[in-house]
Ligand binder design. Structure first.
Ligand SMILES: Nc1ncnc2c1ncn2[C@@H]1O[C@H](COP(=O)(O)OP(=O)(O)OP(=O)(O)O)[C@@H](O)[C@H]1O
Length: 259
């Protein structure tokens, strides 16, 4: 069943000099409930622009974004605020996204407090419960983000995104800043969370080699447009479009580069 239907979405930016740049051109994709859906493509292909439209951070120029049938592009006021509960985002470097003066328990519980789901007095207990879901022990609740590793901070970002029990989590290059081992651990965690909670994951990533191992389907973008959508298992050398093949070859050439 479709959770998210994106229909003919367009987004153009106007630069300071008045010139325009088409970042998303006539994008139409469908993401199923409970699916891990990856969006890949070279830098500048429009992935983050699309993520920000879905997360209601930026408005579309035209087109529809249906979340369980509701067009979120037309929502306003309280209806828009309530829809935000269902769509959470995890960014590349949570160190930048978190306030350095907030303790982990406050960072994780901020969405719950904003929506008045819990009282301030319940924050620590709830934070500890969410920390456990991402494999961090209770001691982390009173730490500050700067005293944690990148992988630990990203787990805190994921815990925060889980707090409101969203239907969709958008991860924009969420593992790109992590080293390969930590990246693998975070992806295993995401797989586990998804299996347990049936959350839909939209995984924005430039690394096609990474997503082919854990996404169900992959949407390939180039120059603001969708080139193809295919099951990750069909990312087989020689059986994809030339552009997708070039993304796959770029991964392989780096892996086999001489020391
Ligand atoms: N606020 C903005 N104003 C003007 N141009 C923008 C803005 N945001 C993005 N762009 C441009 O839109 C195009 C698509 O950018 P976007 O960030 O969506 O690409 P991306 O595929 O996510 O790239 P990357 O993998 O490098 O993050 C780029 O040419 C970018 O410079």
């Amino acid at each position: 069943m479709a959770l998210l239907e994106i229909k003919n979405v367009n987004k153009t930016f106007t630069n300071d000099d008045g010139s325009t740049l088409v970042a998303n051109k006539d994008i139409s994709i469908t993401v199923n409930a409970g699916e891990t859906y990856a969006i890949v493509g070279e830098s500048g292909s429009g992935k983050s622009t699309l993520a920000n439209l879905i997360a209601m951070i930026n408005p579309v120029d035209s087109g529809e974004i249906l979340m369980e049938g509701t067009d979120i592009t037309t929502l306003k006021g309280e209806a828009k605020r309530q829809m935000r509960r269902n769509i959470q985002m995890v960014f590349q470097d949570p160190g930048d996204a978190f306030s350095p003066r907030m303790k982990v328990k406050d960072i994780i519980c901020e969405p719950l407090l904003n929506f008045k789901v819990i009282a301030k007095s319940q924050a620590k207990e709830k934070a500890i419960e969410l920390l456990a879901q991402v494999g961090l022990d209770a001691d982390f609740a009173d730490k500050y983000p700067h005293s944690m590793s990148g992988g630990q901070r990203q787990r805190v970002g994921i815990a925060r995104s889980l707090a409101l029990n969203p239907k969709l989590i958008i991860l924009d290059e969420a593992t790109s800043a992590l080293d390969v081992c930590v990246q693998q651990q975070v992806i295993e965690l995401l797989n586990q969370i998804q299996a347990e909670k049936q959350i839909t994951l939209l995984f924005i990533c430039h690394d096609i080699g990474l997503v082919r191992h854990f996404a169900h389907r992959v949407c390939v973008m180039q120059n603001a447009q969708v080139v193809e959508v295919l099951p990750a298992k069909d990312l087989v050398s020689g059986q994809v479009t030339p552009y997708t093949q070039s993304l796959m070859d770029a991964v392989f050439s780096v892996k086999h580069a001489p020391a």
